[in-house]
Design a protein around this ligand. Structure first.
Ligand SMILES: *Cc1c(COP(=O)(O)O)cnc(C)c1O
Length: 385
């Protein structure tokens, strides 16, 4: 356990957890998420030679190139697919896709806050028709439906706000595109990239880096769509996917990226690839998530929030608590011990804990977490009388 009680001035722990019971690393956030200390050490080694140097010169471009190649290897990208990146995080990609990938009308699976935001973006775009929205209640899954009057289907691989994971299997025909938000799933679960035309994500979840960049795996069909739409509408330069593709091919970005984020992510992609890549990462996350779900199933005061087992996320496990438990007080008690970021998604409003179990998180630490929760519940200070 390295952290001191983080942000706990107002939350005096009512339960005392002995240090030997605590996870060695107490970071269980769903993004930003745990950065491995070894990544930070790798960054330190670059402190006086690489960090603080030009992103237009060979050393930084080589790092971007290695990162792009590392991702292509990790995802076993089919021929013709390209790894493209730019500034602005996954949220920027919703606007980029609205401008540069959707031709007239998109269909959106909306099952939580993140998937709702992309639907809101295409709905607000004055040059697009009102999107076809397929909704499910928080905690539930639904699927895209093949129809003829859309040119793109959009859904999240993992809806981070609820912990619902959806399959990534191609839907539609002809030149209809599949656009999947892989922000929290990418790197922690299996993906067959041939099933998708744009698979986009940010570095601060399974790739254990900082936020601020977006990455997209683009199929030849997606690249062709970008070319065809070019010039048909006004696109702000910073959101221009064509410019991002051209820059990425040269291992550059339109404007200055966060070099530290690139270095941290490159280190994580190296680490993942050395250990066995996607299969290894997916198995490790599934193991960690299984520890949380099995614990919840066995505890009389807890249940997995996602009832449908096949829809339960293997990277973000959400656990509902019985009304006898004050889950916010439980999270505060854990936070006071340096076990942090277990609070549920802010707008979900449930009596819940949310556990980010990305590849950087040690399954043993997840086990330790469940032991800590057991201890706090048994002690009784977070129970409602
Ligand atoms: C975190 C997250 C986002 C937002 O990422 P930013 O980089 O903060 O814009 C989008 N979609 C999903 C599924 C996420 O988990």
């Amino acid at each position: 356990m390295t952290a001191s009680p983080a942000g706990s001035a107002s939350a005096q722990p009512r339960t005392f957890l002995p240090p030997e019971m605590l996870p060695r690393d107490g970071r269980f956030g769903s993004g930003p998420s745990k950065v491995r200390p070894e990544q930070v050490e790798a960054l330190t080694r670059l402190a006086t030679t690489w960090l603080g140097t030009s992103h237009r010169q060979a050393p930084v471009r080589a790092a971007v190139g290695e990162l792009r190649e590392g991702l292509a290897r990790f995802f076993a990208l089919p021929d013709g697919y390209e790894v493209v990146l730019g500034n602005g995080g996954a949220s920027a990609f919703w606007d980029i896709a609205s401008l540069c990938l959707v031709r007239e009308r998109s269909q959106h699976v909306v099952i939580g806050e993140f998937s709702a935001k992309f639907a809101a973006a295409t709905s607000a775009a004055p040059f697009l028709a009102e999107p076809d929205v397929r909704r499910a209640e928080p905690g539930h899954a639904t699927s895209p439906h093949a129809v003829t009057d859309v040119d793109a289907y959009a859904w999240p691989h993992n809806e981070t706000s609820t912990g619902v994971m959806l399959p990534v299997e191609r839907v539609g025909a002809g030149d209809q595109l599949v656009l999947v938000d892989g922000t929290s799933a990418a790197g922690g679960t299996r993906l067959d990239p041939s099933q998708v035309d744009a698979y986009y994500f940010a570095p601060q979840k399974s790739f254990a880096a900082d936020g601020g960049l977006w990455f997209a795996l683009l199929s030849p069909a997606a690249i062709e769509r970008v070319e065809r739409l070019r010039g048909s509408r006004w696109v702000p330069a910073i959101l221009d996917l064509h410019a991002a593709i051209e820059n990425s091919r040269k291992d550059q970005t339109l404007n200055t990226p966060a070099l530290a984020t690139i270095a941290l992510m490159r280190e994580q992609v190296r680490w993942l690839n050395e250990r066995g890549g996607q299969e290894w990462a997916a198995a490790r996350c599934a193991q960690s998530a299984g520890i949380v779900y099995d614990w919840a199933r066995a505890h009389e005061l807890a249940t997995p929030f996602v009832a449908e087992e096949s829809a339960r996320s293997t990277v973000v496990a959400t656990i509902d608590f019985d009304e006898r438990v004050d889950a916010a007080a439980l999270a505060a008690t854990l936070r006071a011990h340096g076990v942090v970021d277990l609070e549920p998604y802010r707008k979900l409003g449930r009596n819940q804990l949310r556990v980010g179990v990305f590849p950087a998180v040690e399954p043993d630490d997840v086990r330790a977490l469940t032991a800590c929760i057991d201890a706090v519940l048994a002690e009784g200070s977070v129970l409602v009388r």
